[in-house]
Design a protein around this ligand. Structure first.
Ligand code: CMX
Length: 147
């Protein structure tokens, strides 16, 4: 058993949506969340919108190609929670540790995702059915709340 306590924060909770503009009518216009950014991440074949909420964000994800992770997810399951992203300090260290523990990784090496962050996905088969993303933030310590 790993006795070491690691620091994580929730970077975002991602929701797969059919139409970003339609979903923004609820999350931004009715619920009143601030729209922080909209970005196309070509590598992941998605258009994303980030809306801060508390210490984390809601990420709305629209596929830009049907043959893509989000396109296939929507086709099979419909709209809904797609993944949870854990913010970590040193993504490579985490990936090495996961691999050493035979965790099924989708990305053995970090890629560049939305907001230019280093990201890597862990397969739901290893996480009790939830797609998990690790993402690295440069100023991890600085962003922790001052107690
Ligand atoms: N959450 C939980 N389980 C999921 C899932 C999700 N988001 N997507 C697929 N699954 C499950 C399926 O239900 C299926 O389970 P069973 O075998 O029990 O039926 C299994 O995973 C395989 O599913 P699949 O439909 O055959 O899908 P693929 O194997 O083609 O792909 C996955 C699944 C997770 C490997 C793929 O979606 C992937 O590589 N995801 C990582 C990248 C990604 O999601 N990018 C988009 C977001 C990018 C961003 O936020 O910037």
């Amino acid at each position: 058993m790993n006795e070491e306590v690691k620091k994580y924060k929730i970077d975002h909770i991602a929701i797969a949506v059919k139409d970003l503009d339609e979903s923004l009518k609820f999350y931004r216009d009715i619920l009143g969340l601030k729209l922080e950014s909209i970005e196309i991440v070509k590598d992941q074949k998605v258009k994303t919108a980030f809306l801060p909420i508390g210490d984390t964000h809601i990420e709305l994800l629209q596929a830009i190609e049907p043959d893509s992770p989000v396109g296939k997810f929507i086709e099979k399951k419909g709209e809904g929670i797609h993944h949870i992203a854990f913010k970590v300090e040193n993504i490579e260290e985490h990936l090495n540790n996961l691999e050493e523990n035979d965790v099924k990784l989708i990305d053995k090496k970090a890629k560049i995702g939305a907001k230019n962050k280093k990201i890597a996905f862990i397969h739901p088969k290893s996480t009790s059915g939830v797609l998990l993303e690790l993402c690295e933030e440069d100023d991890f310590e600085a962003s922790l709340p001052i107690l």
